[in-house]
Design a protein around this ligand. Structure first.
Ligand SMILES: [Zn+2]
Ligand SMILES: [Zn+2]
Length: 236
């Protein structure tokens, strides 16, 4: 296989987007083995037992933000921090539309010590975004997580009801306020509401979006909401 790959690379040269060396495998391409290994090795940093943010020491279980105001969700599980090769991978999937990366990246989420749930739910994208991008990266990641965990993919449970500006373009204060009223729970169509769900997203920044999803789900009668993300931004 390696020989075939080397030959392919001679004809269609490709370079690792993280370190610039020639791509040396099909599975994680365009990443080289070394960079994929680096991004897929779980970080050892201590994380808040509530929102999953990196903590400076293992002195505390929760960050100041979660101590001050407990979020609606129970806990967020984050694979790594939004930096380095993991950040590059997330951006390649999302902005360069390298959809096939959603499979190995989804497996990283599924490898986390996740709680037992009744189903997995992707954080929905606004209609406008969906049309622009052509796909919802959270939905793609969620599909792999659903297969790996053998839990139903509940794609119609949570709906996007209001268009909101992209979180990344807003200052922190507005980002925290922004998602209010952006989600609703879809018609049950005779299906029973799940007791415990796991929300899936690619990146978590302030956590306002996932928290709003959790609030809406709890309001509709879901008992416990957890979240799992590929990357968590570091504290500001
Ligand atoms: Zn590399
Ligand atoms: Zn926290």
């Amino acid at each position: 296989m390696r020989k075939v790959w080397r030959l392919l690379n001679l004809i269609f040269p490709s370079r690792c987007p993280s370190c610039g060396s020639p791509t040396d495998n099909l599975r994680y391409s365009p990443f080289c083995r070394g960079c994929w290994h680096a991004l897929s090795t779980p970080s050892k940093s201590e994380r808040c037992h509530c929102c999953g943010i990196s903590l400076p020491s293992d002195f505390s279980f929760r960050c100041i933000g979660c101590i001050k105001e407990r979020p609606y969700y129970r806990r967020i599980f984050a694979f790594g921090d939004y930096e380095g090769a993991l950040k590059t991978a997330v951006n390649l999937l999302k902005f360069e539309k390298l959809r096939r990366l959603s499979v190995p990246l989804g497996r990283l989420i599924a490898s986390l010590p996740l709680p037992e749930v009744d189903g997995v739910v992707p954080v929905p994208l606004s209609k406008k975004r969906l049309l622009q991008r052509g796909f919802n990266q959270s939905h793609l990641l969620c599909r792999t997580v659903s297969e790996r965990l053998r839990k139903p993919l509940m794609e119609d449970l949570l709906l996007r009801t209001r268009e909101i500006p992209p979180q990344s373009q807003l200052p922190r204060k507005e980002r925290l306020r922004n998602p209010k009223g952006a989600f609703s729970v879809g018609p049950s169509n005779g299906k029973r509401l799940p007791g415990r769900v796991l929300l899936i997203d690619d990146v978590m920044t302030t956590g306002a979006t996932i928290n709003e999803c959790a609030r809406v789900l709890l309001g509709a009668g879901v008992k416990e909401v957890y979240g799992a993300v590929l990357a968590r931004t570091r504290p500001e």
